[in-house]
Design a protein around this ligand. Structure first.
Ligand SMILES: [Fe+2]
Ligand SMILES: [Fe+2]
Length: 298
């Protein structure tokens, strides 16, 4: 924890109420109910072949990257455990969030394997490589971390919904909508924490938002072939820089009213200029794309 005691106190109070609200809203769904088990066959009886899947290459790439990202949960848990206070409500939230994210990996893997959408041996090799590589998070304080996870949870929700829509597969769409609803609740909780920090230290929180908009990177960059797979996902329009700006960054900046705040101390007014500059740079990168799709990297 590297934030001031005042900010930490405000965040802790807000997290206590946000966690209660999360637990009241969260639906306890069952992953096995979203998997068409009757389609399953032993791989020893019928070897895997790509043609067995009806899903398109970009949809399979998107679900696989999302699964491998979820598989690396121990790395994120460790990173957040070091960053968060070891007492409640931080500890309870981290444990609950971990349990929910683990459910996402379970349902995605079961679905991909039963429907033969992925080579099971290659998937396991990629999981071993991803998790063995760990998660090396850049050094961040708590304010940058809550800004990052707000953007990241919303990005995941948007990507899941787009993947489901594009899949033409009602079962996968229903599953991804279910997972996206969880990601949305995670986003809402973190967005709420950012709101609390903006109330007590708007300059520090805005600076953290500037840094995270400027350097955003999805957590799956350690997945084998991530750049190639992200390019396939971007070209299909599932998630690219334009989607990132229009459906993730700008809606959150509007929610936090970042440009309307009149409560910045005089020595922090320049933070508005910094934020305007990183948004303008994002606009420039998006407009340079033209009809090309660009993946989201820092
Ligand atoms: Fe998830
Ligand atoms: Fe999530």
């Amino acid at each position: 924890m590297t934030v001031s005691p005042t900010v930490l106190h405000a965040l802790t109070e807000r997290l206590a109420s946000a966690l209660d609200a999360h637990l009241a809203r969260a639906v306890d769904w069952l992953p096995h109910e979203y998997v068409p088990w009757s389609q399953g066959r032993d791989f020893a009886e019928l070897a895997w072949e790509e043609a067995q899947s009806r899903l398109s290459t970009p949809v399979r790439a998107a679900v696989t990257v999302n699964l491998l990202t979820e598989d690396n949960l121990p790395g994120y848990h460790g990173t957040l455990a070091r960053l968060y206070d070891d007492r409640d409500p931080w500890r309870s939230w981290l444990d609950r969030w971990t349990a929910e994210e683990g459910r996402h990996a379970i349902v995605l893997r079961d679905y991909l394997l039963v429907t033969r959408a992925v080579d099971p041996s290659a998937l396991e090799a990629d999981r071993m490589a991803t998790v063995s590589g760990g998660y090396r998070a850049p050094e961040k304080d708590l304010l940058r971390a809550i800004a990052y996870v707000t953007f990241q949870e919303l990005a995941t929700r948007v990507a899941h919904r787009a993947t489901g829509r594009l899949s033409g597969d009602a079962g996968l769409d229903a599953l991804l909508r279910r997972v996206a609803t969880d990601e949305n609740l995670h986003m809402v909780l973190y967005r709420d924490l950012v709101d609390a920090a903006l109330d007590v230290d708007p300059a520090a929180m805005l600076r953290a938002i500037v840094d995270e908009v400027a350097g955003f990177e999805m957590p799956g960059t350690g997945i084998p072939g991530f750049t190639r797979r992200a390019a396939v996902i971007a070209r299909a329009g599932i998630y690219d820089l334009r989607v990132h700006r229009d459906e993730v960054v700008l809606p959150l900046l509007r929610h936090w009213r970042v440009f309307d705040r009149d409560d910045l101390p005089p020595d922090a007014e320049h933070v508005h200029d910094q934020l305007a500059a990183v948004v303008a740079e994002l606009d420039r990168r998006v407009s340079r794309l033209g009809s090309r799709r660009q993946l989201v990297t820092a």
